[in-house]
Write a protein that binds this ligand. Sequence first.
Ligand code: GCB
Length: 603
Amino acid sequence: MLYPIATESRVVMDLSGTWKFMIDKETEEVNVKQPLPTSQLMAVPASFNDQAASQEIREHNGYFWYEKEFSVAKALRDERLVLRFGSATHEAWVYINGEFAVHHKGGFTPFEVEINEFLVPGENRLTVRLSNILDFTTLPVGNYSEKKDENGKVIRKVDENFDFFNYAGLHRPVKIYSTPTNYIEDITIVPNADLAAQKADVQISVKTAGTFDEVRVTILDEQGNQVTQETGTDITTVINEVQLWQPLNAYLYTAKVEGMKDGQVEDVYEEAFGVRKIEVKDGKFLINGEPFYFKGFGKHEDTFVNGRGLNEAYNVLDINLMKEMGANSFRTSHYPYSEEMMRLCDREGIVVIDETPAVGLMASFNFDVSILEKDDFEDETWKQMKTSEAHEQVIHELIDRDKNHPSVVMWSIANEAATYSKGAHEYFEPLFNLARELDPQNRPLTYVSIMMATPKTDKCSDLADVIALNRYYGWYVQNGDLAAGEVATRNELLEWQEKYPEKPIMYTEYGADTVAGFHSIYGEPFSEEYQEDYYRMNSKVFDEIPNFVGEQLWNFADFQTKFGIMRVQGNKKGVFTREREPKMVVRYLSDRWKNIPNFGYKK
Ligand code: GCB
């Protein structure tokens, strides 16, 4: 799905700003033919939760409403007009002037609808009903329950089956864009680099709607100079002396696609792309033929007030902080991030592991692995979860949205599912097959595994191209005993190395909760000293493992979670606070990472 941009044939209207807002108390039916009976305001894009200064609103589970009035300039009324949501979390029903226009389920991917037939001259009313309910059919997974109060009113409750606050609302921009009636619907770009010859064959396929006499595809370099030009909707063009997209040294070409009619350009769209080659071979993760070492983070879209809503200033700052530290990558834990962030990563040369919102696929939790080591160990997960359909849908939507991004080097199909339980392989195999079939660039696939999924207990590691591990030796287990944590870390990594000598291994999470400003001469857990010692211990072991290709720590910054006895104002594993002030460990990590080259660290 194309990102909405203004071109010579397209206009974009941004509906960001303050909208009317109302939680649905479910005491009276809301009449969508009428303006919402509320004067409460809410900024869009943002989560609603932290804006209202109201506990009732912040913790509301169930349905809620947004409304915005808009007008469309007369000059545009003969164009095709499309209303597009960057995301609506987690389910949305959209009405225009009281008429139902579109429904979408899944809170982290865009959707759109043509709206010409709904529009009236002058003011139009856009009403959106949303739900933040998560259950065993949705991704992420929530523990959902209902009860009735003394008046018979239904009280809904979502208990997150994951460690981040269930922020909701219109998290990403809502836009109306125009296209001509004959228009470019989609563009798929597959660059195949011939590294030795320094050239690339670039396959471009263009999906159009309506009729064009001809489609013209022009490749432009970063200066806007024409590199090649072809005509057709399925073309392969050659770029000689190709400039590669490299980590932290991005080069972006532009495919300018023009739909022609009667010798005139009717629609034009410009899609940026990078030429880079990704391979997994001999226990290495190769970018452009060289063994890449991931240095970076698991993150969250999480900031003060905006919650999970798009915050472009934080996105820019976060990437600058990463670069300052010598990091080169992050994972979009635990859901697809905004398109704005993906575009920024393309531009900045940040390497991204792009994750689905499949988190919480686990019925029970226990750090004791001994019972899991039985071959036929089975918990309730794969009987309880009815998420296959949502999982398939989001794989379709994610790959469709992000397929052209050079920054995306691997897909993560899930975070910490019960892959140690019987039934996991049956659940995941079709999803891996689907992703392999859908990705035109054929990127490597992984899933990020939980501690209990060891080389002995994990039942899905054959499906993954890269072994991606979330491990907390020295924190959730062996807490305060880094010597024991070191032994456990080494033992497990050696076991993976032996089991899969051909597969690269990386850490996608490791960390220790740390209260900024808490110091201890004894290096006690939660102190800044412990956090640093913990990272030093892990680094030492990583450097001993030949196939170890990357360290993405948990987490970039402190973030908001649900309530819990292990969480004080959220998760404190950030190496930055939620305000992005560095904890002490940032100096150590910066020193380490600046001394690790992006390529060739593991020979
Ligand atoms: C994990 C999860 C992540 C949590 C983290 C923690 O394994 O993937 O969502 O926040 O552990 O800090 O417990």
